[in-house]
Design a protein around this ligand. Structure first.
Ligand code: ATP
Ligand code: MG
Length: 353
C-alpha cells in the first residue's frame, strides 16, 4: 500500500506534485498550513513541503509535529540565510563572500569589509528577489537591515545554473544535468535544459549537493542555485523542495522532478532520470496564455489557476524538441505569439542555443 503524501502548501508546486502522483494513484493532498482548523491528517501520512515556513498556528504546528514530517533539520538550516550560508561554509561548499549584519553601529564596517558592491538579503521570508537591496561602497546602510539581514558580495557571473537532485532514506542520490537559468529583478524568467555542460562542473555540483543532502539526512528533491563566475561555480542558495528551475523535467525527462520527489519520499525506486532532447521553460509572469500557442510543436502549457497580478508567477510553458535546430524553430514561432515585452526572454534563450 502506498502512503498518502500530504504537502504543506497549496500553491502550484503542490498541484504539480498531485498531478505527478495521479498516474500511479498515489494520493497527494496539498494543505494550506495557514488555514483555520485542523488538517485531516492520519498517522500514516507522510508530510512534505512546497513552502519553507509558515506561522506556528494550531494547524501549522500540527503539520510540523506530525511523526512523519520530513526534513525538519534541513528546513531549519535553510529558512534563515545566515544558517544556510554557515552550512555551506561548514561543508566547504563555495559560496559568495558574506557577512551577517549586526547593529546599526556595526553595519557600515561589516558592509565595507566585503570590499565591493553587495546584495543585502533579508535573512527570512524573501523569495523572487523580494527582501533584497543592492548596496554600493560609500552608500549608507538602511536602519531596517540591522540584525535582520546578511550581505553578500555581488558576483559578476557570466550566467546562472541550478542542480536538482534527490535523495532517499537509504542515502541513494540521483541528479539531473545542470540547468541554465535567467533571472531578471530576482525572478526566474526562463530555464534551458540539456545544453552541453563541462563535466567537471556537473561533477562538482553533484558532489556539493550530495554532501549537503547527506549532512542534513535529507529525503526528497532539493535544488541548488549557482552562479558561474569565470567558469567556476559558486552556490547562491538552496531550496529544500521541488523548484521552478526544475519544471522543464515535466517535458524533458522520463521522470519529472515532481515524480522523483514522490518516489524519494514514498520509498519507491529512485533511478537516474533519463533526459532527452532540449527543453526550455518559460515562466508566465502576470500574463495569460493563449490557446494558439499549442499549435507550436513541442509546446506544453501549465496554468496555475491563480489571479493574474503584475509580475506574479501564474503559469509556465515547456517547449521541448529532440534537438537544438528544431527547438530554435519552435521558439522562433512562439516568440511571435507572446506579448512583445517577453521577446527578450526568447532572445536570451535563442542566444544560448
Ligand atoms: P528564489 O525565488 O529563487 O527563492 P530569492 O528571492 O530567494 O529567489 P536569490 O536566489 O538569493 O533570491 O536571488 C535572486 C537572484 O538575484 C539570483 O538568482 C541572482 O540573479 C541575483 N543575485 C542574488 N544574489 C546575488 C549575488 N550575490 N551576486 C549577483 N547576483 C545575485
Ligand atoms: Mg533564488
Amino acid at each position: 500500500m502506498l502512503p498518502r503524501i500530504v504537502v504543506a502548501g497549496n500553491g502550484q508546486l503542490g498541484q504539480m506534485l498531485q498531478q505527478a502522483g495521479a498516474p500511479m494513484q498515489l494520493e497527494v493532498l496539498p494543505v494550506a498550513p495557514t488555514a483555520e482548523g485542523e488538517a485531516p491528517l492520519t498517522g500514516s501520512d507522510i508530510i512534505t513541503v512546497e513552502v519553507e515556513h509558515w506561522p506556528d498556528t494550531p494547524r501549522g504546528l500540527q503539520l510540523k509535529q506530525h511523526p512523519n514530517f520530513l526534513n525538519a533539520t534541513a528546513l531549519h538550516s535553510v529558512i534563515d540565510r545566515e544558517r544556510q550560508k554557515s552550512l555551506l561554509d561548514r561543508l566547504n561548499v563555495p559560496t559568495s563572500p558574506w557577512v551577517s549584519l549586526g547593529s546599526e553601529a556595526e553595519m557600515a564596517e561589516q558592509l565595507a569589509s566585503l570590499g565591493r558592491p553587495a546584495i543585502v538579503k533579508r535573512r527570512r521570508g524573501g523569495y523572487d528577489g523580494r527582501g533584497q537591496w543592492r548596496w554600493q561602497p560609500g552608500e549608507p546602510a538602511l536602519s531596517d537591515w540591522a540584525g535582520e539581514c546578511i550581505a553578500e558580495a555581488l558576483i559578476p557571473f557570466s550566467h546562472e545554473v541550478s542542480l536538482i537532485g534527490a535523495r532517499n532514506r537509504a542515502g541513494e542520490k540521483v541528479f539531473y544535468p545542470l540547468t541554465r537559468n535567467w533571472h531578471e529583478s530576482g525572478i526566474l524568467r526562463a530555464s534551458i535544459a540539456n545544453l552541453p555542460v563541462p563535466a567537471e562542473q556537473q561533477r562538482e555540483a553533484e558532489s556539493w549537493l550530495g554532501r549537503i543532502m547527506d549532512d542534513q539526512n535529507y529525503v526528497g528533491v532539493m535544488a541548488m542555485e549557482c552562479f558561474v563566475d569565470e567558469g567556476r561555480l559558486l552556490v547562491n542558495e538552496l531550496a529544500p523542495r521541488v523548484h521552478n528551475s526544475g519544471h522543464w523535467t515535466q517535458a524533458g525527462a522520463d521522470v519529472s522532478q515532481f515524480e522523483l520527489h514522490l518516489r524519494a519520499v514514498a520509498d519507491l525506486p529512485l533511478i537516474t532520470p533519463e533526459v532527452y532532447g532540449v527543453t526550455v521553460m518559460y515562466n508566465l509572469l502576470g500574463r495569460d496564455w493563449r490557446p494558439q500557442w499549442l499549435g507550436v510543436t513541442g509546446t506544453h502549457v501549465h496554468w496555475y489557476a491563480k489571479d493574474i497580478r503584475p509580475g506574479r508567477k501564474v503559469g509556465h510553458v515547456n517547449i521541448h524538441r529532440p534537438d537544438t535546430p528544431r527547438l530554435t524553430e519552435s521558439l522562433t514561432a512562439l516568440r511571435e505569439q507572446v506579448e512583445p515585452d517577453d521577446h527578450a526572454v526568447f532572445d536570451w534563450v535563442l542566444a544560448q542555443l
